[in-house]
Design a protein around this ligand. Sequence first.
Ligand code: 5CA
Length: 438
Amino acid sequence: MRLSAYFLPLLRENPSEAQIVSHRLMLRAGMIRQSSAGIYSWLPLGLRVLKKVERIVREEQDAAGALELLMPTIQPAELWQESGRYEDYGKEMLRITDRHERAMLYGPTNEELITDIFRDSIKSYRDLPKNLYHIQWKFRDEVRPRFGVMRGREFLMKDNYSFDLDVKGAKHSYFKMFFAYLRTFARMGLRAIPMRAETGPIGGDLSHEFIVLAETGESQVFCDRAWLESEILDMAVDYDSDLEPQFLRWTSLYAATGDIHDAKACPVPEDRLVTARGIEVGQIFYFGTKYSAPMKAVVAGPDGEPVPVEMGSYGIGVSRLVGAIIEASHDEAGIIWPESVAPFKVGLVNLRAGDRRCVAAADDLYARLTRAGVEVLYDDRDDSPGAKFAAMDLIGLPYQLVVGPRGLDKGVVELKKRAGGARQELSPEAALTLLGGG
Ligand code: 5CA
């Protein structure tokens, strides 16, 4: 992509409304634009990151055996009346009346709708287990939308729902998602710690929140220091094996959110206990028959008797993750994207837009990288080198490849790694090979 043809409205100044670094950098880097409180447009650069985050989430769901579908954003109120949550949800739910005076709502989550789909189609235990997910916009009329996409009113969530015949099966589904989540966040370069948590309005008695530690996080959390000393939690998982021993091993290391942490009962000695703030990037719930019983989602069991299915639900804040990744990976100059979610892999900078030799060399690198499938943002504009470097540092692409007249005299270009800032001069051919374009 040539920057001269792109839409990248960068801001020089720090926007006064942004209180935390990720919000500031997302606005300054032209990733998002607020449309009203807690509601954002995703501009081209931001959307590329959102899509990459979404792709990793999708790949890990698919690998764990979950099936993707797509439910609508607008739901009928009756389903929520059936589960008993229509009144409970209060003002956080955006209620809508259609032209026929039917009560509708903009979905804050999907337990009811998925249970309705399930009960219509699945009648026998032989068709279990099932795990269905979608990646869809949600609306929660938060009292205090803030911190940009971290706590929005409209936000993108991956939510899935598991259906099993019995508790053992439901726990296996829960463990699968537990490990799928560890892998998902690790692939984004995040250390997300699974913490025992309160279930809140979703219900149930087993729940973990996945928390990225950050001073600006909204949750108060407690964990064993060992969580911070371990490698990032990326491991191969055989989803068909018995996952309970592995789950118990992971969760034997203490980690709990402030809601359930009890200082008196805490097993961790004080000198090993980390008290910190964190960002909740995902939460998983096992809630048994909380929805299937009132909504009559039953299957015929092996003896022919009807059994309400055992359910769990699992959420990931896809749009929130974009902010969380920035909170975890930035410096004074701007964002530092992990390669897996970077909007482009390489920022190609031509320092002299008016110099024929520089243009020819940069155009050639651009063409060859693009042809090889490497994602390049090519700054071909006529601007000062200082402004170009500042823009590249701000938007945080993993590599900057710089073409200038002095380097070309020596037959070299400069390659800078955004993380750590290491630079090296090398031939254009060598740079291409290193970036996967040779
Ligand atoms: N139905 C369950 C699981 S599918 C559910 O709704 N869980 S949740 O309430 O915990 O939300 C799932 C994830 O969505 C959270 O972990 C968080 O990362 C994200 N999330 C929740 N509220 C917001 C919000 N207002 N803005 C951005 N992300 C949010």
